[in-house]
Design a protein around this ligand. Structure first.
Ligand code: C2E
Ligand code: CA
Ligand code: CA
Length: 732
């Protein structure tokens, strides 16, 4: 589709004007040829009429010769001889049987006249003065005729000459002057007609005319001279002049039309390539000229960046101000861009908030620095606002492959731009300026995000999300004290998917609230089911996302769901992540208070990871503190970690909170935590997250054998892969 359009545009940009220029060129030559043909016809017709009048006298001569020869009338034949007209008679084989005067008849015959018109006369040229063959152009020869040495053809001189001669008394001189004047006038019309000999006002062309006699057995060929008068010449000259004039006129008109059509085409293409909002170039222009630039031989070894530059919140600006104000800003942005980049780059306005740039570069860091400098300039476009711009960059590598330059089909600008847009869209949730380079990993990630988003509703409906339980044990007694519900996705397309690969996506696209509901109601139903089956149930904690806490009736929603499933509220624990404590504090406190009021346990998840929430502990009466797994990972600075952990446990105790240590894998850690009075251990040391059926076994057993299990090496590998959000966890 795009190719088709490009072809059309390129046809428009070059084909059209050239076609009309070629047409005009041909038209001009046709007109010239026509004029030459007309001129030739007129000229030959004139000659023909002159020759045909001479032909009459030759026929007359032939008749006299024929009759007197037959009659053997010697006197008349002698009379003919006495006439100084040269002629000869030849027989059918060409032998000359009679001759009078000098025979200078050439062997070449010319057919004079227009065959189509039915009249034609055979004419032989005169060898001595061959006007027709070598001398047609002698007739119109362009040598300037000099009147005398000190006379040239300036008009003043001429007037002077005439007045001098005209004033003389002598009538002979006066006549000569007048004759001279005539010829000179003609010469002035078209200087240099060789025949305009002032001594001989009438130039003559000698020709030989044949007439058949004696029933065609003999031919009499006589020499005649055809006179070309001043009038004839004037006619020809006038015709030649008017034809030249017409020709010139046609030439000027066609030249003018050619220039006009080139101009018009330029205007059309300019219009086609102009962007209405910015007065600059549009995407179409970019497609055509960026491709040309990339395919130039001298650019083959250069790296280029195709950038999608996005004006963040441009639409908001238009809504708050006006569309007109928005366009004004766009105009400014475009001109800042083209002013900053100058001739080193190509800029086009693609759509309301997007611009395309094509920049040459060699080192990515330099390009990044230049772009952030440029964005810095753009942010200052309006003194009253601080705008943000995000850039996605797709790199077009230097393309000399086995010495070959980039070819049109190697350059897919739409794809490159699309890549740049995709890279840039990964920044979109933020309102800040930023720059991202496209790379395949980033796009794989994007594809995954799209696939998850596309399947999420169906997965929820089909119950593809499975609840896994990770038991929590007392480090003192090894007794089962609780569990955490963790989601797994059993996808028919993607197999077993760990939460690290889906939860961040759901948090971004808002689907997390559905997931939270799903998990709470499933856990509540399980608890009810297990109670009914006589299990010794312990509290199960469910993760509730930070995004969910924005809803003011969250506590009520949870209460209703749990009640509906018929599970005792104190068997459900709600886990909040530390980061949630940064949102609206009062609303959060209120939700926590109500949850506790309804009889739920509330815990703070991931304590110690990233943010400091000591302050939150002061305000919120939580039941459980979950120490982040980070405390128990690796053994660098283990002494310091131990101090922090034991202090955190002490703190929790003095705030009347129970403690859960997450991610515990080693026996020493369990021993240490037990010595510090940690209430529960949730970690691979005791158990990985497991399906409900396995968790039932754990409930049945209640107590695990005292330190009976070391973490096996393959468990460790699994543990590491859990840390990597991209991998799946296989709980067994
Ligand atoms: P989290 O809430 O901190 O959950 C604990 C994570 O640590 C779990 O990862 C668990 O498998 C892992 N873990 C527990 N013990 C060990 C251990 O000894 N070693 C190692 N290496 N890892 C251990 P999981 O199941 O992959 O979940 C990852 C995160 O996804 C959770 O972190 C939680 O933030 C989120 N998540 C999981 N399920 C849900 C859910 O249903 N709703 C919400 N909102 N978030 C969930
Ligand atoms: Ca958790
Ligand atoms: Ca946690």
């Amino acid at each position: 589709m795009a190719r088709e359009r490009e072809k059309k545009i390129s046809r428009m940009t070059k084909g059209h004007a050239w076609l009309s220029i070629v047409f005009y060129f041909i038209a001009y030559h046709v007109v010239t040829l026509m004029l030459v043909v007309i001129l030739g016809i007129v000229f030959f017709n004139m000659l023909y009429s002159k020759v045909s009048s001479e032909y009459g006298s030759v026929e007359y001569l032939a008749r006299i010769y024929e009759t007197s020869r037959r009659a053997g009338n010697k006197e008349i034949l002698d009379l003919l001889d006495a006439d100084d007209r040269p002629f000869f008679v030849k027989d059918i084989r060409g032998n000359i049987i009679y001759q009078q005067g000098e025979n200078t008849c050439s062997k070449d015959a010319i057919r004079l006249g227009i065959p189509m018109m039915g009249h034609e006369i055979l004419v032989y040229t005169d060898e001595e003065e061959d006007y027709f063959h070598e001398g047609f152009f002698r007739f119109i020869n362009f040598d300037t005729y000099e009147l005398d040495e000190d006379f040239d053809f300036s008009e003043q001189d001429l007037e002077k000459f005439i007045s001098e001669h005209g004033q003389q008394e002598n009538t002979q001189d006066a006549n000569a002057a007048e004759d001279l004047f005539k010829s000179v006038t003609v010469s002035l019309i078209s200087p240099g007609f060789g025949m305009m000999n002032p001594d001989n006002m009438q130039d003559t062309i000698p020709v030989w005319l044949p007439v058949k006699i004696n029933g065609g057995t003999y031919t009499l060929v006589a020499k005649v001279t055809i006179g070309i008068s001043v009038d004839d010449t004037e006619l020809i000259v006038a015709m030649v002049q008017s034809f030249i004039l017409i020709n010139l006129l046609v030439f000027v008109i066609l030249l003018f039309s050619s220039i006009k059509s080139v101009q018009r085409q330029k205007e059309i293409t300019n219009m086609l390539f102009m962007d209405d909002d910015t007065g600059g170039h549009n995407w179409l222009w970019f497609l055509v000229y960026a491709e040309k630039l990339l395919c130039k031989r001298r650019n083959a070894g250069r790296r280029y960046a195709l950038v999608n530059l996005y004006f963040v919140k441009y639409r908001n600006y238009c809504v708050i101000h006006s569309l007109k104000a928005g366009k004004k800003i766009l105009w400014k942005v475009y001109h800042t861009l083209s002013g900053y980049l100058g001739k080193s780059a190509m800029v086009a306005h693609v759509s309301s908030s997007s611009f395309a740039l094509l920049m040459e570069f060699s080192v990515e860091d330099q390009l990044k620095a230049k772009l952030s400098d440029l964005i810095g300039e753009l942010e200052k476009t309006d003194s009253d606002h601080k705008f943000s711009f995000q850039a996605g960059v797709s790199v077009i590598e230097a393309s000399i492959r086995r010495g070959r330059i980039r070819r049109r089909k190697d350059v897919d600008l739409e794809k490159e731009y699309n890549d740049a847009c995709n890279a840039r869209e990964t920044l979109e949730p933020s309102e800040d300026s930023g720059i991202v380079f496209y790379d395949d990993r980033l796009m794989e990630e994007q594809k995954w995000i799209d696939a998850v988003t596309e399947h999420q509703e169906r997965a929820l409906k089909n119950e593809e999300f499975v609840v896994y339980y990770q038991p929590k044990y007392s480090p003192d007694t090894n007794e089962l004290k609780g569990a955490e519900a963790l989601i797994r996705w059993q996808s028919p397309e993607f197999g077993f998917v760990s939460p690290g690969r889906i939860i961040p996506i759901f948090e971004k696209n808002g689907f997390i609230t559905e997931i939270d509901h799903y998990m709470i109601s499933h856990v509540a139903r399980d608890q009810r089911k297990w109670l009914n089956s006589g299990f010794n149930c312990v509290p199960v904690s469910v993760n509730v996302s930070r995004a969910h806490f924005i809803e003011s009736d969250l506590a009520e929603q949870i209460r209703d769901m749990v009640d509906e499933a018929g599970a005792p509220r104190d068997l459900i624990e709600i886990e909040l992540t530390e980061s949630a404590f940064f949102d609206d504090k009062n609303a959060l406190i209120s939700t926590i208070d109500r949850l506790k009021e309804y009889g739920f346990l509330v815990s703070m998840d991931d304590f110690g990871a990233g943010y400091s929430s000591l302050n939150s502990l002061k305000d919120m009466a939580l039941d459980v503190l979950k120490l982040d797994a980070e405390f128990f990972r690796g053994d660098a600075d283990s002494k310091r970690k131990e101090i922090v952990v034991s202090e955190a446990i002490r703190l929790a105790k003095s705030l009347n909170m129970r403690t859960v240590a997450e991610g515990v894998e080693e026996r020493d850690q369990v021993e240490f935590l037990a010595s510090q009075g940690c209430d529960m251990i949730q970690g691979y040391y005791f158990a990985k997250p497991m399906p409900g059926s396995e968790y039932e076994d754990r409930m049945r057993r209640g107590v695990e054998g005292m330190f009976k299990r070391e973490v096996k090496s393959e468990d460790k590998a699994d543990a590491d892969s859990t840390a990597d959000a991209g991998k799946e966890v296989n709980a067994d």
